[in-house]
Write a protein that binds this ligand. Structure first.
Ligand code: DGJ
Length: 571
């Protein structure tokens, strides 16, 4: 192939740039899944978010870093406050940030920083005093009647510049201090942004009555649009020009029909300008140090499911396309989950081009089980329990799940996006799940054992505790070999296609262990009393009523088990 002399040096330079970019934390692809790459290797975030004020002094945090490690976290998620890094305009103090990075490094963990800049939960509580004192320069948002709201306006150009200036300085400092070690792996821009009690900020009323910006119109014209926005756009004639209500329809914030998103136009308008602002802040930071950056959402809650009840302008999933257009420097929109069903929330955020990181989830037993499922089935980049410094390591409900996940994270990272991994979540309403994995049809049933073995063998009632929740991950790592992580369920495996040469099945071996640097290391070979798998009890494997089914049951343990097993086919 002939190469133009001018092109060779260009390719060379661009390769260098590419490899330099690759060496800092970034997002990459693996099969159908997205990976977070840190220190040039895929990384799974087993995180916990510190309380809002915990990182406001180095002294307060000193004993806490070690506690996080004891909870089996590999990542701390922690605020950095604009008011403390820039107490006087243009005068920066990053000593707290350095103490956070150092504290995390000493525990061999990573750090996701939360930039508490212009907004924290909609309000502007963390802006420096010199911003709070100057509402002429840094204006507040206004309601329909012109009354000032308790938050800074996203239309405040000077506010945006000041926030972007501070965040840029922060990211430059982090690059200088941390690029080599890569302790800081991601940054969240602001926190749960949006307006309360109003769908839009009337400071921008003129803009609302003007043409939709051309970048959004061009996007609608040239891309596959997400269904919620496409529906409104098509219903109004797929216009490629016009004002907001001409393009997306009349906004009705009184009817509050959240199923039909009757308020969508005002919400999209608000999102556009929040995203534009936040995108500018992120871009300023990325111009210094382009690690992955995301925004987190106060999600729709039952009974509070329209904009203004949840913060209007925040990154809810039906507005993802607008974030893409107005904030291309934002890599992900991410849900904070305090409602009971985390799995469906993750599913609504898991859209083409949006991988899910859960920066905040409630701390309870269910969340630990849901985390297990989400890592196995929903390819999440990570999860983080909120208020992780609240409890002792012994009390933290996520700790046992993280203990097991730490042992198999290498396998999860290797097999995500390949179709060889299944996440399981069973409860009393859904006690069974059937699926195909490798060359097997597998049934997972809640409960530890398939049969009450103790009755069969010694005639006393089973002491097996009744369970209402079970979760786990199953990975098919070889033709007949599996990694099994989890708690309180058992598996029955059948061959998917009839095999007259080798019709019978059993567990050939089962081990408990973990992956160390990508290699499986067994801590015990299980058989006898621990193997419960086939017929159970002290009979080990190889004794069962239906030899065409192999049964795998966890050995008695209250922990999340980590096992590797292989099936033997025989006649
Ligand atoms: C969600 C916010 O993002 C957190 O900072 C915190 O305020 C929790 N809510 C509530 O504790």
């Amino acid at each position: 192939m002939k190469m133009n002399k001018l092109i060779i040096p260009f390719l060379f330079i661009s390769n260098i740039l590419f490899s330099q970019n690759n060496s800092i934390p970034h997002l990459g692809k693996s099969g159908t899944a997205t990976q977070l790459i840190v220190n040039d290797k895929p990384f799974l975030i087993l995180g916990g978010e510190l309380h809002n004020s915990s990182t406001s002094t180095a002294d307060y945090m000193r004993p806490i870093w070690e506690q996080l490690k004891k909870k089996n976290l590999n990542t701390a998620v922690a605020p950095v406050y604009w008011e403390l890094v820039e107490p006087l305009e243009g005068v920066f103090d990053f000593s707290l940030v350095d103490s956070m990075i150092t504290g995390v490094r000493q525990q061999n963990m990573k750090l996701v920083i939360l930039w508490f800049g212009t907004w924290k939960n909609g309000y502007s509580t963390y802006v420096p005093g010199w911003v709070k004192h100057n509402t002429d320069k840094y204006p507040l948002a206004k309601d329909k009647n012109g009354k000032s709201l308790l938050q800074l306006s996203a239309f405040g150009e000077e506010t945006m510049k000041a926030d972007a200036h501070a965040f840029k300085a922060l990211m430059k400092h982090i690059r200088d201090f941390d690029e080599k070690e890569q302790t800081v792996i991601m940054a969240q821009i602001e926190n749960e942004v949006g307006l309360f009690y109003t769908a839009r900020d009337y400071t921008g009323d003129k803009l609302y009555k003007s043409e939709v910006p051309s970048d959004l119109l061009n996007y609608l014209k040239n891309n596959k649009i997400q269904p919620e926005i496409e529906k409104a756009w098509k219903a109004n004639g797929s216009k490629t020009g016009g004002r907001w209500e001409e393009v997306f329809g009349k906004s009705d914030t009184n009817t509050v029909d959240w199923k039909n998103l009757t308020y969508l136009t005002e919400e999209l308008f608000t999102v556009y300008y929040y995203a534009h602002y936040i995108g500018a802040v992120a871009a300023a930071g990325k111009s210094e140090y382009p690690i992955p950056m995301y925004v987190n959402a106060w999600i729709k809650q039952p009974g509070l499911s329209y904009p203004g009840r949840y913060p209007s302008g925040g990154p809810v999933p039906h507005t993802l396309d607008v974030w893409r257009v107005a904030a291309p420097s934002i890599d992900m929109i991410a849900p904070d989950i305090y409602i009971p069903d985390a799995i469906s929330v993750i599913e609504t955020y898991r859209r083409p081009g949006n991988s899910v990181f859960v920066p905040e989830i409630r701390q309870d037993r269910n969340a630990a089980f849901e985390a297990m499922y989400a890592f196995g089935e929903q390819d999440i980049l990570g999860i983080s329990s909120f208020g992780i410094d609240d409890m002792t390591p012994e009390q933290a409900p996520i700790r046992p799940a993280y203990a097991a996940l730490s042992k198999v994270k290498d396998a999860i990272l290797k097999y995500r996006g390949t179709g060889k991994m299944i996440g399981l979540l069973l409860d009393s309403l859904h006690p069974t799940r059937q699926f195909d994995l490798g060359s097997y049809k597998i049934t997972a049933d809640i409960g530890r054992s398939a049969v009450d073995f103790s009755l069969i063998f010694v005639g006393i009632p089973s002491k097996e505790p009744k369970t209402d929740l079970a979760a786990g991950i199953i990975i098919n790592i070889g033709p007949d070999e599996f990694i099994l992580v989890g708690k309180d369920f058992h598996l029955s495996l059948k061959q998917s296609t009839a095999n007259s040469a080798l019709p019978l099945l059993d567990v050939e071996f089962m081990e408990e262990g973990s992956f160390i640097n990508g290699e499986w290391k067994a801590t015990r070979r299980l058989n006898g009393d621990e193997s419960f798998g086939s017929m159970g009890g002290d009979a080990g494997f190889g004794f069962k009523s239906d030899p065409t089914i192999a049964t795998v049951v966890f050995p008695p343990s209250d922990k999340f088990n980590v096992l590797r097993f292989k099936i033997v086919k025989y006649k």
